[in-house]
Design a binder for this molecule. Structure first.
Ligand code: PEP
Length: 255
């Protein structure tokens, strides 16, 4: 089964509403409309609504960077699945290492969000990955397995067209240190195996993205790695030139 490549840009806490609109406008002018690749902009909450309104290219969608598991209530500062869905947001990043490590989000809390999103129209981009300390202690496989089992617990069924996993080794995020081709291949193989054990052949069809200092110079070699179905990109997704170059690499890549 051929999995459509996905490129998601995680803008984190960057770009005002005006900057976001102008940025997406520039990208849309450079990237031809085709349905071969899914390109996702994940701006701050304040730009979601306006970006959805500017999209005129069917390759593009909008994703949020976070969501709460409850549908409504006294959760100051939070946002619900329905609120995002109602303005045309299609994806949401869950379990990003910055949420896990800076905001102390546990596997259990992440699982509650995954459950809420999985039963909605939104598609989760579920992030997993080991810290440098865990890798150096030989714990990478264990951490990947645990994060998948705990984060995806209590999901009785899975639609591989409505779920995305992103492997993001914490030590490679925003550091300029990309994981080697062998490290990525090994991790993606383990992820696919874990997903197959949990969800059978459907699990294997879930797209698995690589994230961690992806740029226009390393995108092609990472894309050649077996089991890499696209990228989750931070820094390079904020620059028109870099992001467009990565999109072109993915679009022109022959599997
Ligand atoms: C990220 O934040 O998900 C990420 C991968 O960042 P960067 O590309 O900057 O390493």
């Amino acid at each position: 089964m051929i999995i459509k490549p996905i490129i998601a840009g995680n803008w984190k806490m960057h770009k005002s509403n005006d900057e976001s609109i102008s940025f997406v406008g520039k990208i849309q002018k450079r990237i031809l409309d085709d349905e071969l690749t899914e390109i996702i902009f994940c701006p701050p909450f304040t730009s979601l609504f306006s970006i959805v309104g500017t999209l005129d290219n069917s390759s593009f969608s909008v994703g949020a960077q976070n969501v709460h598991c409850d549908s409504h209530g006294a959760f100051t500062g939070e946002i619900s699945v329905n609120m995002l869905d109602s303005i045309g947001v299609k994806y949401v990043i869950i379990g990003h290492s910055e949420r896990r490590h800076i905001f102390d989000e546990s596997d259990h809390f992440i699982n509650e969000k995954i459950i809420a999103v999985n039963s909605s129209n939104l598609i989760p981009i579920f992030c997993i990955g080991e810290t440098l300390e865990q890798r150096e202690s030989g714990l990478t496989d264990k951490i990947i397995k645990e994060q998948i089992e705990l984060g995806m617990a209590k999901l009785d069924s899975i639609d591989p067209k409505k779920f995305i996993v992103a492997y993001e080794p914490v030590w490679a995020i925003g550091t300029g240190k990309t994981a080697s081709v062998l490290q990525v291949e090994d991790a993606h193989l383990k992820i696919k195996t874990n997903l197959r054990i949990l969800f059978g052949s459907k699990g294997e069809e879930i797209p698995v993205l690589y994230g961690g200092s992806v740029n226009e110079n390393n995108a092609e070699s990472l894309l050649k790695v077996d089991g890499v179905n696209g990228f989750l990109i931070g820094g390079a997704s904020l620059k028109v030139d870099s992001f467009c170059k990565i999109i072109d690499i993915v679009k022109n890549f022959e599997r």
